[in-house]
Write a protein that binds this ligand. Structure first.
Ligand code: NAD
Ligand code: IPM
Ligand code: MN
Length: 356
């Protein structure tokens, strides 16, 4: 198969981990006889510096024409004091909106070898395997109006959801649950927020369409607690944009590091974008020590969801596991007895495992 993949490296470690994903995909292309063609476009801080905007028009056009998009990460201290419309993060939100990437799937599955790398007790996290389905194009992130008023002494961030926006993400979550262990936990703040009350109503309405799926509702504060005290209670979690953002970073602790958490951002009908859950990690950028596995596993999700290449995706996942089983780890994964490697070496080890 021939596929055109747009790379959006972005800022900080984004560029470092995108290189890793490209190497892995080239190894997969060679092994399985696929022609993956890549072209890179700017987004985020680097785009502000080069084009005066975090999301140049040519980037949007290229993404729309691609078979799939891989994104590294955006942001960094250099742009932290920029006005809101000139922040790197605006580029990310802009591309999500432009491609209507309403469904962000964040699988959280620990590798057996990394149980010890989590600060949580092994007997609590052993066997945890969950999927966070995060709504990605609505809610507080896209509130109107979002502004400072009264000479900066008052602010507005509004939280809006339409029935249609909630219905499509809830459907996606039910369908995801049907492909897994058939349990859905809807996370909201229905004891306070009107948007959450509608969310809960819609989940209740939809239940009858998916009779094979069991459903429960958990308030977001309790969910934050249960995620790390009883992680094996969860199968699929569906939640709105901001709650999903926070809970997914928290859930990454189950895997040992934020550097392990991949994601797929999907449209109803259109190009998919694949991005690690982590950011540009300015504290370690440029040192060659970033963990590339979240990005590499995101590339595997791309193969599976956008190209239907299940065997190829599985080959990547198995190669990652093989390398971890040999006790190799990057600096974020604590392992006193393991073999510490940097981004490039970890990537090469995974390439070697794919070729083996
Ligand atoms: P971050 O995710 O960049 O980093 C949080 C911590 O995790 C840091 O200590 C970092 O070193 C570590 N970490 C993250 N990814 C890692 C990896 N692959 N390997 C090893 N360690 C890793 O979050 P932050 O520091 O709060 O944000 C930094 C910048 O990134 C901000 O500008 C933020 O807006 C942006 N951000 C972007 C995205 C994205 O582009 N998708 C996501 C989150 C944050
Ligand atoms: C993520 C990030 C983004 C988000 C930021 C950088 C806008 O934290 O992808 O999780 O909050 O969605
Ligand atoms: Mn986040």
């Amino acid at each position: 198969m021939s596929k055109h993949i747009v790379l959006l490296p972005g800022d900080g470690i984004g560029a470092e981990v995108i290189r890793a994903a490209k190497d892995i995909l080239e190894a997969i292309g060679n092994k399985y006889n696929h022609a993956f063609n890549f072209s890179s476009y700017d987004i985020g801080g680097i785009a502000i510096d080069k084009h005066g905007t975090p999301l140049p028009e040519e980037t949007v056009t290229a993404c729309k024409e691609a078979d799939a998009v891989l994104l590294g990460a955006v942001g960094g201290p250099k742009w932290d004091n920029n006005p809101s419309d000139l922040r790197p993060e605006r580029g990310l939100l802009g591309i999500r909106k432009a491609l209507d990437l309403y469904a962000n799937l964040r699988p959280v599955k620990g590798f057996a070898k990394l149980l010890h790398a989590s600060p949580l007790k092994e007997f609590i996290i052993a066997g945890s395997d969950l999927l966070i389905v995060r709504e990605l194009t609505g809610g507080l992130y896209f509130g109107e109006p979002s502004e400072r008023r009264d000479n900066g002494n008052a602010v507005i961030d509004s939280l809006t959801y339409t029935r249609a926006e909630i219905e499509r993400i809830v459907d996606k979550a039910f369908q995801s649950a049907q492909l897994r262990r058939k349990h859905l936990t809807s996370v909201d703040k229905a004891n306070v927020l009107e948007s959450s009350k509608l969310w809960r109503e819609i989940v209740e309405e939809k239940k009858s369409e998916y009779p094979d799926v069991t459903v429960n509702h958990v308030l977001v504060d309790a969910a934050a607690m249960k995620l790390i005290t009883n992680p094996t209670d969860f199968d699929v979690i569906v939640t709105e944009n901001m709650f999903g953002d926070i809970l997914s970073d928290e859930a990454s602790v189950l895997t040992g590091s934020l550097g392990m958490l991949p994601s797929a951002s999907l449209a109803e009908d259109g190009v998919g974008l694949y991005e690690p859950a982590h950011g540009s990690a300015p504290d370690i950028a440029g040192q060659g020590i970033a963990n590339p596995i979240a990005m590499i596993l995101s590339a595997a999700m791309m193969l599976r969801y956008s190209f239907g290449m299940d065997a190829e995706a599985q080959a990547i996942e198995e190669a990652v596991e093989t390398v971890l089983n040999k006790d190799y780890h990057t600096a974020d994964l604590k392992n006193d007895n393991g073999k510490l490697v940097g981004t490039e070496e970890m990537t090469q080890l995974i390439v070697d495992a794919i070729q083996a």
